[in-house]
Ligand binder design. Structure first.
Ligand code: B12
Length: 230
């Protein structure tokens, strides 16, 4: 049976509650601890950090994903849930590292050069963290050379690029060229996302996948990781 604290963490993420001060969707959680407090309580009670991650945080985001796909949830709901996961991850991460859980692989993610939109990129980063990847988030307005330098530094095989402007999409192509110039194109899978991007655009610039949302980002990343290990 699911530990009661894990079940509570899951429900609080689904309702986008980080702390006791946050409003939920239903009234019954009002004033009660949110995802962060419950994660701390679960760790204190000796619940395995990986169970909190998989059965609590990641499962909750799967449910949020289903609700988003079905039109029951909207972007603010998804964002609140992603923020609750990110806040809980801050307290969980040290325990995960201590418990020796092997990250599934290093994933470098960035909003490309010239672009300051980071909401979608942050959701994707949080979802990937929740799925067990070691995410190196370079933030916004990141140059191709900085991205390549980071990939080399972390020996990463996964790269996610985000762009929200038609003008900055070009920088995705520039980043892929920079990977090529550094002999890294074959060893790094490139995923792109952001409202103006499309599968056609991904094919045009030689990216490996276009992801319409963060959930697809996780599915595709899991698939690429399995393929690379095979
Ligand atoms: C919020 C916003 C801003 C905020 C950004 C705040 C922030 N911290 O991000 C601020 C106010 C700063 C801003 C500024 C500007 N903005 Co603006 N902005 C938006 C707005 C309203 C929402 C974008 C957003 O966050 N969407 C929600 C997220 C969750 O969706 P998403 O990013 O698509 O991400 C999802 C998927 O695409 C995917 N995804 C995204 N990236 C990735 C990456 C990977 C690896 C994966 C797997 C998945 C993935 O997963 C996400 C979640 O499922 C859009 C309009 C719109 N409806 O899109 C305009 C919009 C993008 N902005 C626009 C413009 C023009 C600008 C400005 C130039 C305005 C100005 N004149 O100053 C500046 C540019 C600044 C810059 N250099 O980047 C235009 C772009 C037009 C175009 N075709 O290029 C838009 C479309 C508005 C419009 N209709 O005109 N903006």
């Amino acid at each position: 049976m699911l530990n009661y604290l894990i079940a509570a963490i899951r429900e609080n993420v689904i309702q986008g509650r980080r702390t006791a001060e946050d409003e939920g969707i239903t009234d019954e959680l009002t004033g009660k601890p949110g995802a962060v407090g419950l994660t701390i309580a679960a760790l204190e009670e000796g619940v395995a950090p990986q169970d909190i991650l998989t059965s609590g945080l990641a499962d909750a985001m799967n449910i949020v994903g289903v609700r988003y796909e079905s039109g029951e949830y909207f972007i603010p709901d998804m964002l609140a849930a992603a923020e609750a996961v990110a806040a809980a991850m801050d307290v969980l991460e040290p325990a995960l590292i201590k418990s020796g859980i092997e990250p599934k692989g290093s994933f470098v993610i960035a909003t490309v050069q010239g672009d300051q939109h980071d909401i979608g990129k942050n959701i994707a980063a949080t979802m990937l963290k929740g799925a067990g990847f070691n995410v190196i988030d370079l933030g916004i307005d990141v140059s191709p050379s900085k991205i390549v330098e980071t990939i080399k530094e972390h020996n990463a095989h996964l790269l996610g690029l985000s762009a929200l402007l038609t003008t900055t999409m070009k920088s995705m192509a520039g980043t892929i060229k920079e990977l090529q110039a550094n002999g890294l194109r074959e060893s790094v899978k490139v995923l792109i996302g952001g409202a103006p991007t499309s599968p056609e655009f991904a094919a045009e610039i030689g990216a490996d996948a276009h992801c319409k949302d963060a959930f697809e980002g996780v599915t595709v990343t899991e698939r690429f990781t399995a393929e690379m290990k095979a």
